[in-house]
Design a protein around this ligand. Structure first.
Ligand SMILES: Nc1ncnc2c1ncn2[C@@H]1O[C@H](COP(=O)(O)OP(=O)(O)OP(=O)(O)O)[C@@H](O)[C@H]1O
Ligand SMILES: [Mg+2]
Length: 367
């Protein structure tokens, strides 16, 4: 182990999940499109609504944060990004918007949605503020059946409260979810968004982004070109840049543990065993108690039929079949489990539930 004051890191913070990179390469066209959609807000008009789609770790949240940083500096424009993994109901989303606009939380005694909504829109109209809302990871609102109502309230706010100007950016990383088609017609009729796509980064793009991050985060000479290449290639396997950033950090920590001032292939290999699961860790972090309970049951009954798993799950939690099915669908859509239909002789089709990851990786991260 290196002594306390010795480190391979110049600035370890640049490898943390909430770090907003200074330079944001390879996303110029997406940033331009988003800027175009948001520009009216600066003039006091309602911005164009936008849907941002793309696989995990492709810079969607970063793009929103970058532009919100610029836009938030304008007077008469208020920007709020809602993390729907955390705030996954309409009420929770509006509480977050209230907090963003008023700069204090809504009364914890609980007020009706109607009141919350009314106070928010009154304030926007009074102050002539344009509100730009980003519903980040909106797929979580869909899993909870809250997306339609939430969008409906946001998009029709000006009808219930004339003068309200709200623009919505919807962000989804679930490519199997067709955000617009999944909405009911009453929402679709008022939602004609611009669409912006964030494709996976190629290995060259990954390499250049990670090289820059490594230069900021490590002291000079800590990581060489071959090691960086190995990190870039492993990252390209999933296309999720988070894997690469996590891998750099863990490889650095591993080198320190060996009392080494340089990162070797051995450090990268060891770190990858953990880093390859960053996506799983992130998905699990957003789960509630019921989903976790279901996963615990599945750890003991991997590959069994949905009916059999339900019996155990119901016995442990008391939850009914409808809720159970919702939870199964959610875990399936998140890619944590596979719930595929299999023909069972004499009994028609039934679902089999299996974990999509090594059970030990799931178990370690559930605790
Ligand atoms: N072009 C880029 N340049 C530098 N860093 C980037 C770039 N794109 C993404 N990153 C970094 O990669 C990580 C993941 O990016 P981000 O959170 O924006 O992805 P995302 O598309 O929102 O993913 P998810 O769909 O899983 O939420 C962040 O740490 C971010 O700093
Ligand atoms: Mg994101």
């Amino acid at each position: 182990m290196l002594s306390w004051d010795e480190s391979v890191f110049r600035d370890e913070h640049v490898f943390e999940i909430d770090y907003l990179p200074e330079t944001f390469q390879h996303r110029d066209s997406q940033l331009e499109s988003l800027k175009y959609a948001l520009r009216p807000a600066v003039r006091g008009s309602r911005p164009l609504n936008t849907v941002i789609r793309g696989p995990p770790g492709t810079g969607k949240t970063t793009a929103v944060q970058k532009l919100f940083g610029e836009l938030g500096g304008q007077s008469d424009v208020e920007v709020v990004r809602v993390n729907c993994q955390v705030d996954s109901t309409r009420y929770a989303v509006f509480s977050r918007l209230f907090e963003g606009v008023f700069e204090y939380e809504p009364p914890s005694s609980g007020i009706s949605f109607k009141k919350l909504f009314g106070q928010l829109t009154d304030r926007l109209v009074e102050e002539e503020t344009v509100l730009v809302v980003a519903l980040d990871d909106i797929n979580y609102l869909f899993y909870e059946n809250e997306a339609g109502d939430t969008l409906y309230s946001l998009l029709r706010a000006h009808e219930a409260h004339p003068g309200t100007k709200i623009g919505v950016i919807v962000v989804s990383s679930d490519l199997s979810l067709n955000v617009i088609e999944e909405l009911d017609t009453r929402v679709q009729s008022v939602f004609r968004p611009e669409e912006i796509y964030f494709p996976r980064y190629g290995v060259d793009e990954i390499r250049s982004i990670l090289r820059e991050r490594a230069a900021r985060g490590f002291h000079e000479g800590v990581i060489g070109t071959p090691e960086l290449e190995s990190v870039a290639e492993r990252t390209a396997d999933s296309g999720d840049l988070r894997v690469g950033i996590d891998l750099l950090r863990r490889a650095g920590l591993h080198a320190e543990m060996r009392a080494s001032r340089t990162v070797t292939d051995e450090d990268v290999d060891a770190a990858y065993e953990k880093s390859k699961h960053v996506h799983l860790s992130r998905s699990l972090r957003g789960l509630g108690d019921s989903e976790r309970a279901l996963l615990s049951v599945l750890l003991e009954h991997d590959g069994k039929r949905a009916g059999a798993v339900y019996e155990v799950f119901h016995g442990e939690t008391g939850l009914g079949y409808t809720r159970y099915s919702e939870l199964v669908n959610k875990l399936d859509q998140l890619g944590i489990i596979d719930a595929s239909y299999a023909d069972v002789e004499g009994r028609g089709r039934s679902r089999e539930l299996s974990l999509a990851y090594e059970p030990s990786a799931v178990r370690d991260r559930l605790e």
